[in-house]
Write a protein that binds this ligand. Structure first.
Ligand code: GUN
Length: 295
């Protein structure tokens, strides 16, 4: 079997078209313009690219975008003061603080300081808790994007054996939580594997849907999966530069061999990546509607 390629680029484009229309309608009928503030501390090149993409996509869809680039030496108090201002600013419906933050800053305290109503990343403990009990306002962007990739590719999630590699707060834990909810597009049997798992292959070989967020190139090889598995590769590993000086990106899955056994697989790049940004836009629109009493 050679796998169908699940194109995040294409599916993200569809969702963005839907959002663009919705944003135009909000403006026309309610004079409401969703607003997103991005906060970037320091000069991590990957984070600069991500924040740039978020800003560009916001503008393309008609979202008001405000970018705050802060020096790496900013103090915790200065950063908290900015978040406080953004919390109170009625033009801003969503606040995104790009992670990771420099080591001297307390990331947890920063995430707690964002008003949960403006927490379009879904990282505030209030929103984590709401997801856990099945009453989410905002689903975290990458896991929500993964669920949409599966649904919009026609993959049956209900009753499936889903195996997740990785237990991060950004991907592994929330995707496991989303897919185990008793809801359409979920209701799966979910196993989460991590560095403490005794025999990872034992679990991955049982998977109907394998979601890999391990942070390691070739963490999944063909011998670790069964025929017909659907593979979602969340990995972004920079393994070198092209002759033109561009980063060479690979996922966490050995794509060339695994695609020969899988029924469907996401590529890197062009898989999960474009979905993450798109779901951030969706959350920003939702935040604006909630603030205006329209959701
Ligand atoms: N760093 C890596 N992924 C993310 C994300 O989804 N949101 C934020 N804020 N930072 C990140």
């Amino acid at each position: 079997m050679t796998a169908k390629i699940i194109s995040g680029t294409e599916i993200a484009k569809q969702i963005r078209e839907e959002l663009k229309q919705e944003i135009a309608e909000l403006k026309e009928k309610h004079n409401l313009v969703p607003g997103l503030a991005t906060v970037l501390v320091g000069e991590d090149p990957a984070s600069q690219v991500y924040v740039g993409q978020k800003e560009k996509t916001s503008i393309a869809l008609g979202i008001y975008s405000e970018r705050h680039d802060l020096p790496a030496e900013i103090t915790q108090q200065e950063l908290l003061a900015l978040i406080d201002r953004l919390n109170k600013d009625p033009k801003i419906h969503g606040i995104l603080v790009q992670l990771p933050l420099p080591k001297h800053l307390n990331e947890t305290e920063v995430l707690y300081a964002i008003d949960p109503k403006k927490d379009v990343d879904g990282f505030h403990p209030v929103n984590v808790g709401k997801l856990m009990i099945g009453e989410p306002d905002y689903l975290p962007c990458t896991p929500h994007g993964i669920q949409q990739l599966l649904i919009r590719s026609g993959v049956k999630i209900e009753g499936a054996e889903v195996v997740v590699l990785g237990r991060s707060n950004i991907v592994g834990k929330p995707i496991a939580n989303i897919l185990l909810q008793k809801k359409p597009g979920a209701n799966a049997t979910v196993t989460v594997c991590h560095t403490g798992t005794r025999d990872i292959s034992f679990h991955t070989r049982r998977a109907d849907i394998l979601i890999v967020a391990a942070g390691k190139p070739k963490a999944v090889t063909a011998d670790m999966v069964k025929e017909g598995v659907v593979v979602i590769d969340v990995g972004v590993n920079r393994v070198g530069k092209t002759a033109e000086g561009k980063d060479i990106l690979v996922g966490d899955v050995d794509f060339d061999t695994v695609k020969e056994k899988a029924s469907a697989i996401t590529p890197v790049p062009g898989g999960v990546g474009p979905m993450t940004i798109t779901m951030l836009m969706l959350n920003t629109v939702k935040a604006a509607k909630l603030a205006a009493g329209l959701a």
